[in-house]
Structure formats: structure tokens, C-alpha cells
Design a binder for this molecule. Structure first.
Ligand code: AKG
Length: 287
């Protein structure tokens, strides 16, 4: 697949899927997240151009050993434990709460066989877990740490995400710097600047979902009457799109809204870096 211009080449791949709509909807006002190769950036230029400013896709920042992980070798890391896995109530959207998801217990082979070898459309699964030691060692080697200048971050915040093709993490923002590192499979991420917050229609500020949008992007794009009537300004929010493939890393600044679609079965690692005192807090995080 080509670099981010490869969005159109995903059409065939998604034939007969409603997700196709997302790929076909790109308009002139949408744009792609910039792509930077390791030899084109250093810590200083990263800080002046991207840190706390805008998302960027980074290539060449993951060691080979990361992308050598396979479904089978990841599966082996979990053979001792029964796994608690998210099952989406609408078989599409995954937020870790009782409104959106239930939990199922299964063994490592049941999970990995289902996600990677069974057609997942009937029952999509998302497994989100802290990192086993073998993966933590790989994260310690992550060259992106030199860009972010964060050597001593809290490793308990790191997560491995293993999920089915078609899984959606709906539009939300995080309070930390996000580093989404793709190990297996392809994800499509759509991002919106915090300046579009009113067009994103967040849940009430006092609710536990204040960092989540009320808009269902897929339904909105397909012209769903309820969505169009209740969230009429959603298309004022300029979308930035990014395709992540194994070895790619997406940096997302705090407060940036994002929507993540797993285009294929995927394994990714999220490396959240807390904001430092003195960093400018986006207005949507202050509400
Ligand atoms: O990969 C996903 O499904 C969601 C990841 C995400 O939202 C994040 O890293 O902030």
C-alpha cells in the first residue's frame, strides 16, 4: 500500500463494507497528516513543528524487533491467564464502559484465532492490556523517546491493543501526548484540531464522557437523519487522515479529537506521555 495517498487503494479492500463510505468521503477540505522519516527530523525540529501543535506520522522510529511480532508470538505471551476481552454491543464501536461494551473471558488461543483467523464481522473483539515484560523491553528501545524527551514515563500507562478488522474507537480526545505504534495490520485514523470542539459535539462537560463526541462519524457520513439533524455542523470540522501500517507511529497532541478504524486485524501499542508542567493546555481540556 502506498503512503497516505493509499487511502483510495483501500476501496477494493473494503468492498461491501460500510467502512468504505469513510474512505470515499474525503473532500478537498480534508487533508493528510504529514509523514516524516527519521532522518528528516531531530528533537529540536520535532518540538518546534509538532509537539503540542499538530499530529505527525513518523516512519523509521520503530526497531525491527517490534515489527517481527506475529499473532502467534504475541499470543504466546498470554498463555498463563484467562483474558478479559471487550465485546461491542453494536459490534462496531469500542469504548471501555458499560454503555458501549460487555466483557467476555477467553483463552489466548480463542482470542487470537478469532481476531486473526476467523471472519470477524459477526463478532468483533478488542483486547486492551498492560504490557507483558517482553514487550516492555521493546518499548524501552523506542527511538521516539529521544524526540519526546521523556525518559522516565509511567510504564503502567502503556497498552497493547489487539482487535478485529472493522473495530472503531469513536471520536474522543486524550489528556496526554499520544504515540500510537502499529505492530500488525492497518489502521485509519481521522483527527480534528481542538479548535473544532464545538463542531464535534462533546458529551456534557460534567459527564464521564466529556472527552467523547456524540457524533457517530460513520452514520453522519452515510447521511443518517438523526445525526444530520442533531449535529448539523460536524462537517465544519476539518478532518486530517492517516493510514498506519506496521512500523509506523502516529504522534497526537493532547486535546486533539481522533477516530480510529481497524482496517484489518491489528496489534498496536499506545505510549502515552503525560503533559509537563508549563505546557499549554488546549481549551477543550479546561472545560
Ligand atoms: O487504536 C485504537 O483503536 C485507539 C487508539 C487511541 O485512541 C489512542 O491511542 O489514543
Amino acid at each position: 500500500m502506498q503512503e497516505d495517498g493509499g487511502i483510495s487503494s483501500l476501496f477494493d479492500f473494503l468492498a461491501d463494507s460500510t467502512d468504505k463510505i469513510i474512505f470515499s468521503d474525503a473532500t478537498n477540505k480534508d487533508s493528510h497528516v504529514p509523514v516524516i522519516h527519521r532522518n528528516e527530523i531531530n528533537a529540536e525540529s520535532f518540538r518546534s513543528n509538532y509537539l503540542n501543535k499538530k499530529p505527525v506520522k513518523l516512519k523509521g522510529f520503530m526497531n525491527q524487533e517490534w515489527t517481527n511480532w506475529t499473532p502467534d508470538s504475541l499470543c504466546e505471551l498470554f498463555k498463563e491467564e484467562p483474558l478479559s476481552v471487550l465485546v461491542s454491543k453494536d459490534n462496531k464501536n469500542f469504548i471501555d464502559n458499560d454503555i458501549t461494551c460487555e466483557r467476555a473471558q477467553m483463552t489466548n488461543t480463542q482470542l487470537f484465532d478469532h481476531v486473526f483467523h476467523v471472519s470477524s464481522a459477526s463478532k468483533r473483539l478488542y483486547f486492551r492490556t498492560t504490557l507483558p515484560d517482553a514487550l516492555l523491553e521493546s518499548v524501552d528501545q523506542l527511538p521516539i523517546k529521544t524526540l519526546l524527551d521523556r525518559e522516565k514515563d509511567n510504564t503502567s500507562l502503556l497498552r497493547l491493543w489487539v482487535g478485529s478488522s472493522g473495530n472503531v474507537t469513536p471520536i474522543h480526545y486524550d489528556r496526554c501526548h499520544g504515540v500510537l505504534s502499529q505492530i500488525i495490520g492497518t489502521k485509519k485514523i481521522t483527527l480534528f484540531s481542538p479548535k473544532y470542539t464545538s463542531d464535534i459535539y462533546p458529551h456534557e462537560s460534567h459527564s464521564s464522557r466529556a472527552h467523547c463526541s456524540r457524533v457517530c462519524m460513520e452514520k453522519w457520513i452515510m447521511g443518517d437523519t438523526y445525526q444530520r439533524e442533531h449535529y448539523p455542523n460536524f462537517d465544519r470540522a476539518k478532518r486530517r487522515e492517516c493510514i498506519l501500517e506496521p512500523g509506523d507511529i502516529l504522534y497526537t497532541p493532547p486535546g486533539w479529537w481522533h477516530h480510529v478504524l481497524s482496517v484489518t486485524p491489528c496489534a498496536s501499542i499506545t505510549v502515552p506521555f503525560d503533559m509537563k508542567p508549563g505546557e499549554k493546555i488546549p481549551p477543550n481540556m479546561l472545560i
